[in-house]
Design a protein around this ligand. Structure first.
Ligand code: ADP
Ligand code: ADP
Ligand code: ZN
Length: 223
């Protein structure tokens, strides 16, 4: 099988993290989530975390030079040499161009950019009901994807919490930031012939199946 270098694109709440967890396990590629990396840094109170926190709490983007630096480092790690799935990066045209440079230097090419499309009112319902496991990071939803163990994680039994930036007000600003700063990437990757659209309103397992089909198609053509 050829190498899978994938970007998952989509608004906050579209289901990127949920799908990434399944696909990465299946394809054996690392799940590179800039949001998760920033949250870990905030929790560990590292200099990166301290500088990222105020941007994250207000729903703004962490500055490009900071974000690009951590992704370039992460892509240099051994486990990313045989493929990766990027979730939540790139989010600006500057980040997309920096990623192109990094991949070019490493003689790598993107396999596909999978764009999960969900309307705004549904995104708000998803973000405001989202629950995340404190221990393993598994994602649930109070109504749409409840944990089989109630307020505890179905995978590891850890406690579930609601992200501070998933309040309705901050969720709305994040969607505005997405439409202003990230939607230009759709045209960017369409022009390059890499963009694949998926209807993200479908149930979680159906979206997974569609993503699998798209990737299988890319692989048989690209290999
Ligand atoms: P993202 O990483 O794109 O911000 P998540 O994967 O965290 O999105 O999903 C956002 C919320 O929506 C979570 O609570 C998740 O359980 C729920 N969710 C994800 N995909 C679907 C879906 N297809 N239908 C209904 N709810 C979903
Ligand atoms: P969601 O998919 O629900 O929007 P993420 O976990 O991807 O959430 O991101 C959470 C926050 O982390 C963002 O609101 C932003 O402050 C920061 N962040 C994550 N990825 C990036 C990025 N590529 N560029 C800038 N900031 C980012
Ligand atoms: Zn867990």
């Amino acid at each position: 099988m050829s190498e899978m270098n994938i970007i998952l694109l989509g608004a906050p709440g579209a289901g990127k993290g949920t799908q990434a967890a399944v696909l990465c396990k299946e394809f054996g590629v690392p799940h590179i989530s800039t949001g998760d990396m920033f949250r870990q840094a905030v929790q560990a109170q590292t200099p990166l975390g301290l500088s990222a926190k105020s941007f994250m709490d207000s729903g703004a983007l962490v500055p490009d030079h900071v974000t690009i630096g951590i992704v370039a480092d992460r892509l240099a790690a051994d486990d990313a040499a045989r493929g990766f799935l990027l979730d939540g990066f790139p989010r600006t045209l500057t980040q997309a161009e920096a990623l192109d440079d990094v991949l070019c230097r490493r003689k790598k090419e993107l396999t596909a950019v999978l764009n999960i499309d969900v309307p705004e009112d549904e995104l708000i319902r998803r973000l405001t009901g989202r629950q995340v496991c404190k221990v393993c990071g598994a994602t649930y939803h109070r109504v749409f994807h409840p944990s089989p163990q109630g307020e505890r994680c179905g995978v590891c039994g850890g406690a579930l919490y609601q992200r501070v930036d998933d309040s309705e007000a901050t969720a709305r600003s994040r969607l505005l930031v997405y439409s202003r700063q990230t939607t230009p990437l759709i045209a960017h990757y369409t022009q390059r012939g890499l963009l694949k659209n998926i209807d993200g309103l479908l149930p979680i397992d159906v979206v997974t199946e569609k993503l699998r089909e798209l990737l299988a198609g890319m692989n048989s053509r690209g290999a």
